[in-house]
Design a protein around this ligand. Structure first.
Ligand code: MTE
Length: 463
């Protein structure tokens, strides 16, 4: 039954999570000395203090404008609509005031953020995308997550070269101009780091969806299909089983990619959401390998080698491998399996009263399209099917929405995605049975958000 067919219910209001609850000093301190109980305590305190400040601010604003909330009407009416607003009686800013547009100052809190204590240096680190603030499926370029092994670089495209060698008839070196003259495609795909949700294996570790799932982004990429370039060099497709992709940054990140993925839908890309890639995301050239974990999307791409064996590079032997329950390391599990998360309401947000809420989230699968998303409001006992918003594309984020009338009692919200292969996203209990709890990579378990009777939303671990 859709919400329109029901008796009208008051619309609930959601208070945002405190976006920046960790001070720069604390981040530096944790980065220098590591995480211990005292610093963990500081983190918790910072989060609670920021939440309280946000609550006080919201209460103050509500008192100053009593009629402004959720359709309520004070007897005197809402001054925001009854009195002319200053900005409607003056000249606005001129055109091209910001030659490159910037977001409203009221959105300044929505930023990608580093997780304190996760890494020793900010160059070999992660900045998480604020999923809680996004609509639809496209990630704004300035808020795309970042993962660098040796810091990011801004390379002059005139000085950038891309080479293909190895098992090819003719090794070739391309300039950016050469590449951008070739037949190009534009396709929308998600990118997820294999380590996304890596802190959550054993218990609920971080407070908001930005930190649980924010190594995830989705853009329209433009570039030359890798197949066109391999054909151009006469790659030996009979004996060449793999390619090696290599980056031009300090880390020279290298990854083995199967020839199957390379020929299927991989793109040597320069465009991201209609403009050139941002430097943090590999300007001027990166590899896009749809459905495959982020580490294979080599940035600042300088070379592809065709070979008949895997290279066993550092990032495929000691990192980006799955630690299995028997202590063995499983290599080359590259595909990002079917997964979903509710982004609203999510950890750190507060439901400001009973009533209607549009529960919204994202689902994706590295093996194809999202077929169905089910949502539970009682920790997995009962499930309802959510609406999938269009477009629903291959190896791409899909936005889902579902109506919910909160009656004010405690609830546990979960989403469970099914992809076009029929694979159903697992519960933690199911994942642990196969993978144990000591892994870092490829955690695609169902995420749970607990709603307390106060309306506060917490990250909670449900097996
Ligand atoms: N490519 C190079 N050259 N250097 C890197 O550090 N990081 C990899 C991959 N490609 C990396 C790289 C990892 S681990 C991930 S998850 C993605 O890039 C992150 O891409 P993004 O920073 O655009 O989000």
């Amino acid at each position: 039954m859709s919400i329109n067919q029901r008796r009208p219910v008051p619309a609930g209001r959601l208070r945002k999570a405190p976006e920046g609850f960790v001070s720069g000093d604390l981040i530096n301190d944790i980065n220098k000395h590591g995480m211990d109980e005292t610093r963990r305590g500081f983190l918790r305190k910072g989060f609670l203090a920021a939440s309280a400040a946000l609550a006080a601010g919201a209460a103050g604003r509500a008192a100053a404008a009593p009629a402004a909330g959720a359709g309520a009407q004070a007897p005197a009416g809402d001054p925001m609509i009854l009195q002319p607003r200053p900005w409607s009686t003056m000249l606005g800013h001129p055109v091209a005031f910001h030659p490159y547009g910037v977001p409203s100052k009221y959105e300044a809190n929505l930023q990608r953020r580093q997780s304190p204590g996760l890494t020793q240096t900010a160059q070999a680190s992660v900045a998480f995308a604020p999923l809680q603030g996004f609509f639809g499926i496209i990630t704004p370029n300035g808020l795309h997550f970042e993962r660098h092994h040796q810091g990011w670089v801004d390379i002059d495209p005139d000085q950038h070269r891309f080479m293909i060698n190895g098992m090819v008839k003719e090794s070739k070196v391309y300039t950016m101009d050469d590449l951008m003259r070739m037949p190009s495609v534009s396709r929308i795909h998600f990118i997820e780091c294999g380590a996304n949700t890596g802190m959550e294996w054993g218990n609920a570790a971080v407070p908001t969806v930005q930190y649980t799932h924010g190594m995830l982004s989705c853009c329209e990429y433009t570039g030359v299909p890798l197949k066109v370039l391999l054909d151009d060099c006469g790659a030996d497709l009979k004996n060449g089983k793999y390619i090696l992709a290599e980056g031009n940054d300090g880390s020279s990140t290298t990854r083995t990619i199967s020839m199957e993925a390379a020929l299927d839908d991989a793109i040597v890309a320069w465009g991201m959401n209609g403009e050139m890639l941002r430097p943090e995301n590999g300007y001027p050239l990166r590899l896009v390998v749809p459905g495959v974990q982020g580490v294979s999307w080599v940035k600042w791409l300088r070379r592809i080698e065709v070979g008949d064996q895997r290279w066993n590079a550092m990032n495929e032997t000691s990192a980006y491998v799955d630690l299995m329950p028997d202590g063995m390391l499983r290599q080359y599990t590259s595909i990002q399996e079917c997964k979903s998360v509710i982004t609203s309401p999510s950890g750190g947000q507060v439901l400001m009263g009973k009533g209607y809420y549009n529960v919204s989230g994202l689902a994706w699968s590295g093996r194809g399209k999202i077929k169905q998303v089910d949502v539970s409001f009682d920790g997995g006992r009962n499930w309802k099917t959510a609406r999938l918003e269009t477009p629903v594309l291959d190896k791409c984020l899909t936005r889902f929405n579902i109506d919910w009338v909160w009656d004010g009692s405690p609830a546990i919200l979960q989403s469970r995605a099914t992809d076009s292969t029929g694979f159903v996203q697992p519960r933690y209990g199911q994942l642990h049975a196969v993978r144990g709890t000591r892994s870092t990579y490829h955690n695609n378990a169902i995420q749970s958000w607990q709603v307390a009777d106060t309306g506060e939303v917490f990250n909670v671990h449900v097996e």
